[in-house]
Design a protein around this ligand. Structure first.
Ligand code: FEO
Ligand code: CA
Ligand code: CA
Ligand code: CA
Length: 606
C-alpha cells in the first residue's frame, strides 16, 4: 500500500443521501463513470456488442460476461514486485444471467402441454454459459486520466461455465467425481455462479462457486451430496440440460443416474462444483484449478490472512445460505514467498466456526485424523443429521464433498447468511457480513445471531487468540447492526452506533478493507422509500463512524469493490440494474463496473 495517508481511516467526504434515481450517486467532488459493461468486446475477433440481444454464443465467449460481482485489480508489474496504479489486470466474476435481457426475446424453447420446457435452442444455452464465469481485462489509464481496455493484450481472457479445469486437493480422483468427461475424477468443465473472490498472497485469483446447486437436475433419487445443497429434480435456473443438440457439454447438467451406463454418465457432475477455483491472471494459458481442500459449499468468497514467512497460509470463507457456517483453512505447508503458489491450498485443515454465547469462539476441525471429530462422526453414524440419514464418511475426500454435513456433525454455529469477509490491515481483526435471515426465530437466536426475523443483517468480527491466524479459538463481537434510523449497536450498555440519515442500510454483502484501513460495505437487500436503492458505505473500524458513499441505480445490487494501490481509482460493480442503465438510449440494462475518482486526484474516502 502506498496511499497518501497510510493507516488513515478517517472518512473525509460528505455523505450522500439515500436515492431512488436510476443513476449512480457519489459525494461532492467525486466522479463516477460506467466501464466494461456486459458485452464489451474482449478477446478473439472482438465482436461488437449488439443492443438488441442478438450476439451469438460464440460472440459472448469473446465478450465481457453478465452480472458483474467480486473483482480485484492486479497491478501489471505485480510479479516484478511493482504496484502500478495506472495499468493492471481487472479480474471480475459474472455471477449469473438474466434470460430476458441476454436474448432478443428472452429464453425460447419448446414446452409440453403442461407448459414445462422440454427443449431449448443450443445456441441460447451456449450464450448463457458463456456469460457466466470470470473476465480478465487488461486495462490502462491514459495521459488524460481515462481508463481503457488494452485490446489485443494476451492477458485478456474469458473463463466460462464451459472452460476445462482441474480438480486439485484431497477430492481429486475420488470416485464420487467420476464422470464421462473425467473417468479419473480429476477434471471438469466450467465454474458457475461466481459471486465473490479473493486475491491470493502469490498474485492469483480465487473465484467462488456459490449457488451452483440449482444448475443441475436429477430426475431420479437425490443423493446425499445433492440433497444437503439443494439440487433437485429440475434445474431451477436455466434448463441447460435440455439443449436441443444434446451435446455432451450441456447434457452434463442432467445428473440423473442412468443404470445402463453405470458410472460413465453425469450423475456426479454436481460434485465437481461448490469449490474455490484458482485462476492465474498472469498466465493466460493456465488451466483453472478447483481447490477442494477449502471445502464444498455455497462459497461466497474467500479472504486471506496476511502471510508470514515460514508460517501456514490461512484463509476464511462463508457459506451464504440461511443457517450455514463460516470456515477457515490452514495450510499444511508453510508459506515462503520464493516458492509460494496454489499447491499450498492442496493440503491442510478445514475448520468451521462455533460462536459461543460469552463472546469466545472455537474453530472445529473437519478432519478424520482429528480424534475429536472422528468420535463425533462415529457417534452420528446411524442417526439422522438434519434431514439426512447419516451412514458415515468413506474418507477425507467424502468429508470435503459433504462439507456442510461434516460441519453439522462438528457442532458449528448456524449463521444469518455469511457473505463476504475482510481483514483489517491495522488491527488484524476479521470481519464478516451476515446479510439477513428472515427465518430466524425466538427459538433459535443466539448471541452471534441475536435478531428475530433478521431482515436487515449485521456485521460480526473476531480476533484470533494471540493474534495468531492458525489459533483454534477467538474472541468475537458485533461491529454493527444494520437497519432503519435509530437502529442501535450496544456495547456494555452504551449505543456505540446509532444509525441516522447518513448511514441507514440493510443487507450488508460486499465487504473490503482498502489499503489504508477504511472498511467498505456494499448492500444487496430490499429497496423502498426508506432505504432507496442499494448502496455502498465506508466505515472507520476504530470509531465505528459510518457514512454512505455511493448509491447505485434502480434494481441493482452494489457488489465488488477494489482500488488501485495508490487508492486514487476505485472500481465498483453494479449487478442486475434495471432498464436504461448505464445507457439511457438503450432499453436493455447492462451490468457494469463504475470507476470512481476524486476530482482533485486524492485518495478515495479520505
Ligand atoms: Fe451471490 Fe451471496 O451473494
Ligand atoms: Ca448477486
Ligand atoms: Ca454477494
Ligand atoms: Ca447477497
Amino acid at each position: 500500500p502506498d496511499g497518501d495517508t497510510p493507516s488513515a481511516t478517517e472518512l473525509g467526504f460528505k455523505p450522500v443521501a439515500v436515492s431512488t434515481a436510476n443513476s449512480v450517486v457519489v459525494p461532492e467532488g467525486y466522479t463516477a463513470k460506467a466501464f466494461v459493461p456486459w458485452g464489451t468486446p474482449l478477446t478473439g475477433s472482438l465482436p461488437e456488442y449488439r443492443a438488441d440481444g442478438s450476439n451469438t454464443g460464440e460472440e459472448q465467449e469473446q465478450q465481457v460476461g453478465m452480472h458483474h460481482d467480486g473483482m480485484h485489480f492486479f497491478p501489471i508489474d505485480l510479479k516484478a514486485g511493482g504496484n502500478s496504479s495506472t495499468e493492471g489486470l481487472l479480474v471480475m466474476n459474472h455471477e449469473y444471467i438474466n434470460q430476458t435481457h441476454i436474448h432478443p426475446a428472452g429464453a425460447t424453447g419448446e414446452s409440453n402441454l403442461d407448459g414445462v420446457i422440454i427443449s431449448r435452442p443450443a445456441d441460447e444455452v451456449r450464450k448463457e454459459i458463456a456469460a457466466h464465469g470470470v473476465s480478465v481485462i487488461h486495462i490502462k489509464q491514459g495521459a488524460d486520466g481515462e481508463w481503457a481496455v488494452v485490446h489485443g493484450s494476451p492477458y485478456n481472457r474469458r473463463v466460462t461455465g464451459g472452460t476445462e479445469m482441474d480438480i486439485r486437493g484431497p477430492v481429486s480422483g475420488y470416485s464420487k467425481l467420476v464422470t464421462r468427461f473425467s473417468p479419473l475424477a480429476n477434471q471438469t468443465r466450467g465454474t458457475l455462479n461466481n459471486c465473490a473472490m479473493g486475491p491470493t498472497p502469490w498474485g492469483t485469483y480465487l473465484t467462488a462457486e456459490e449457488n451452483w446447486a440449482g444448475y443441475f437436475a436429477n430426475k431420479g433419487a437425490i443423493t446425499r451430496e445433492q440433497a444437503r445443497y439443494g439440487t433437485g429434480s429440475a434445474s431451477r435456473r436455466y434448463d441447460w440440460e435440455l439443449a436441443d443438440n444434446a451435446a455432451d457439454e450441456y447434457v452434463r447438467f442432467n445428473v440423473t443416474a442412468i443404470a445402463a451406463t453405470a458410472d460413465l454418465d453425469y450423475r456426479n457432475e454436481a460434485n465437481t462444483y461448490g469449490y474455490m477455483v484458482e485462476i492465474d491472471p498472469f498466465a493466460p494459458e493456465s488451466r483453472p484449478q478447483k481447490r477442494t481442500a477449502l471445502g464444498r459449499f455455497a462459497h461466497e468468497g474467500v479472504i486471506f490472512a496476511p502471510v508470514t514467512e515460514g508460517e501456514p497460509v490461512v484463509c476464511y470463507s462463508g457459506d451464504d445460505s440461511r443457517y450455514e457456517y463460516i470456515y477457515k483453512f490452514v495450510s499444511a505447508q508453510p508459506y515462503y514467498a520464493a516458492t509460494a503458489g496454489g499447491h499450498l491450498l492442496n493440503q491442510g485443515t478445514l475448520y468451521v466456526a462455533r460462536f459461543n454465547e460469552d463472546g469466545t469462539g472455537e474453530w472445529l476441525p473437519l478432519d478424520l485424523s482429528d480424534a475429536g471429530f472422528k468420535a463425533k462422526v462415529d457417534a452420528a453414524v446411524g442417526t439422522t443429521v438434519g434431514a439426512i440419514a447419516f451412514d458415515g464418511f468413506e474418507n477425507q475426500a467424502d468429508v470435503l464433498v459433504n462439507t456442510r454435513l461434516a460441519a453439522d456433525i462438528a457442532g458449528a454455529t448456524p449463521m444469518d447468511r455469511p457473505e463476504w469477509g475482510a481483514i483489517d490491515p491495522n488491527s488484524g481483526e476479521v470481519y464478516f457480513t451476515l446479510t439477513n435471515n428472515s427465518k430466524r426465530t425466538a427459538d433459535d437466536i443466539d448471541a452471534a445471531n441475536p435478531v428475530i426475523n433478521n431482515i436487515n443483517g449485521h456485521i460480526i468480527r473476531w480476533a484470533e487468540a494471540g493474534s495468531d491466524y492458525t489459533a483454534t479459538s477467538f474472541e468475537w463481537d458485533i461491529f454493527v447492526f444494520a437497519g432503519e434510523q435509530g437502529t442501535e449497536t450496544v456495547v456494555d450498555g452504551e449505543a456505540v452506533v446509532t444509525l441516522d440519515d447518513s448511514n441507514i442500510f440493510n443487507s450488508p454483502d460486499g465487504l473490503w478493507f482498502d489499503y489504508n484501513g477504511r472498511l467498505w460495505i456494499q448492500t444487496d437487500g430490499y429497496s423502498n422509500e426508506v432505504f432507496g436503492n442499494q448502496m455502498m458505505l465506508a466505515a472507520n473500524p476504530v470509531t465505528r463512524e459510518i457514512k454512505r458513499f455511493f448509491v447505485g441505480p434502480q434494481g441493482c445490487e452494489v457488489t465488488g469493490v477494489v482500488t488501485t494501490p495508490d487508492s486514487k481509482t476505485m472500481f465498483v460493480n453494479i449487478q442486475h440494474p434495471k432498464a436504461n442503465w448505464p445507457n439511457a438510449a438503450e432499453a436493455r440494462p447492462r451490468d457494469a463496473t463504475v470507476i470512481v475518482t476524486r476530482d482533485d486526484g486524492g485518495v478515495i474516502g479520505a
